[in-house]
Design a protein around this ligand. Structure first.
Ligand code: 5GP
Length: 189
């Protein structure tokens, strides 16, 4: 990584756009990239691992983390559960010179832009809204109500695309990973 490359990259994209897959593949190719593990009040999905996918915490613990100033940002996502980024972990990795990736919702990204305007903000967009709906319904992990709520949020998120430094359209994972890596200043692998 070049010394002039952005070290902190914030990725935002609607639920179902394939962010998880892109980020997983990026980290497989570039193990030096550190992905922040968020705290959330949501329950684990089957297969999710504590401390790897999220820190699954109760409402009280989340309140304590916020009150103690431990959250770099936090937001209530889909009007339901709270998610937040642990400030000290991000700071430590940046201090050690690791490229840091945050995967946030729009409200969280806006908070980070206030406190760390030097970060780079990347929006992952679906090829179309219809395609996003197809992917989200096909995933089968959410109830129809939850899918509807995520699609509603997606409309707001996509309207905010002009706020971002760059937009990566997820047509193919291969291309999207290449684009994101290049935006992070990582050499082609
Ligand atoms: P999921 O419940 O599908 O794992 O995540 C729902 C949404 O929460 C995702 O779109 C993701 O971007 C967002 N999210 C995950 N972690 C954080 C976080 O630490 N802060 C904020 N603001 N949003 C998050």
């Amino acid at each position: 990584m070049n010394s002039g490359s952005p070290r902190l990259v914030v990725v935002v994209g609607p639920s179902g756009v394939g962010k998880g897959t892109i980020v997983r593949e990026l980290r497989r190719r570039y193990p030096e990239v550190w992905l922040s593990v968020s705290a959330t009040t949501r329950s684990p999905r089957p297969g999710e691992v504590e401390g790897e996918d999220y820190y699954f915490v109760g409402d009280e613990r989340f309140d304590d983390l916020v009150a103690a100033g431990e959250m770099l940002e936090w937001a209530q996502v889909f009007g339901l559960n709270r998610y937040g980024t642990m400030r000290h972990a991000v700071r430590e990795h940046l201090e050690h010179g690791h490229p840091v990736l945050l995967e946030l919702d729009l409200a969280g990204a806006r908070q980070v832009r206030e406190s760390m305007p030097e970060a780079q903000f990347v929006f992952i967009a679906p090829p179309s809204f219809a395609e996003l709906r197809r992917r989200l319904e096909g995933r089968g992990t959410e109830t129809p109500e939850a899918v509807a709520r995520r699609l509603e949020t997606a409309r707001d998120e996509m309207a905010a695309m002009p706020e971002f430094d760059a937009v990566v359209v997820n047509e193919s994972v291969e291309t999207a990973v290449g684009e994101l890596a290049s935006l992070m200043g990582l050499q082609k692998r």
